[in-house]
Design a protein around this ligand. Sequence first.
Ligand SMILES: C[S@@+](CC[C@H](N)C(=O)[O-])C[C@H]1O[C@@H](n2cnc3c(N)ncnc32)[C@H](O)[C@@H]1O
Length: 320
Amino acid sequence: MNAMACRQIRPIDSREPSPVTVRQALRAGAEFLAQMGIDTSRLDAELLLGKVLGCGREQLYLDYEVKLGVPASNLYDSLLERRARREPAAYITGQREFWSLAFYVTPDVLVPRPETERAVEVALRLVKMLDKKRSLKILDLGTGSGAIAVSLATELDNVQIWATDLSARALRVARTNAVRHGVKEKIHFLKGDVFGPVKGQKELFDLIVSNPSYVRHKEMQELPPEVRDWEPRLALDGGADGLDFYRRIAEKASLYLADGGCVVLEIGADMREEICRLIASVGCYSTTTVYQDYAGKDRVVVTRKLLEADRTNCEVVQGG
Ligand SMILES: C[S@@+](CC[C@H](N)C(=O)[O-])C[C@H]1O[C@@H](n2cnc3c(N)ncnc32)[C@H](O)[C@@H]1O
């Protein structure tokens, strides 16, 4: 903790109102976090001060010259200290924006990532091509905070989503998000291992979507401290080659898909070939399409349950 930077936002006499304005507090907070090696120092200072003052980042700029009270200054200092210890800003504020929705997050769930929005986008595009005369059935494997399931539910009228996770704590967070965004009637949250919770159920799914844990064992230690030391290992660890979850999904998904149903998988940026090979080796799926994210990285794989064709191609679609 850099005492200098934080001292700047403490009042000289703690019985008096703090003389520090929002503008000064943001500057001092951002400088402190930058000195502590945080890349997103300004953004994080804004998020933390917004949390303290109970307002959004935009409001801070409208209140730029407003002075902070002593309790607010002290609380802001303590949040800056937590961030300096590499606790993710989303866990400190309890919130992260995803798909333009404010998701409740705790250390029990992966912080939803912007690249996962690409999986939501691709899933919605596929859904538009399906027959909409009946209710659409979607399965979200490893729902975590519910980022994918809740986002899809807010976009689709006639849909029922089954969202599974091995972590009961994650499911509690996901349920909270479904309630928060008014879609709890559309989502069934089930605890269990991959397809376990839907085994034996008569529903066949039009879409199976997943952002599986895909970090390779040997890469776990190389992750940034915010991820390695704070996010749930269960939400990261994909086994020795990072493909454990994909293998299990590829082997079983066709049993749970309706005719013409698709699997939408988020992938690690360097996993395209291995995953296309894996899907092809199962022999149950037709063409595999790889979508890139907006940074131009391979990010989403889509494959369709095989009807007649028995070959697998890999085609790349650029972000946009
Ligand atoms: C990478 S996180 C994705 C979370 C969320 N879908 C998202 O995109 O932000 C993977 C999720 O899968 C869950 N998970 C890990 N292994 C699992 C398993 N064997 N069965 C079901 N869920 C599992 C983790 O608890 C975690 O919530």
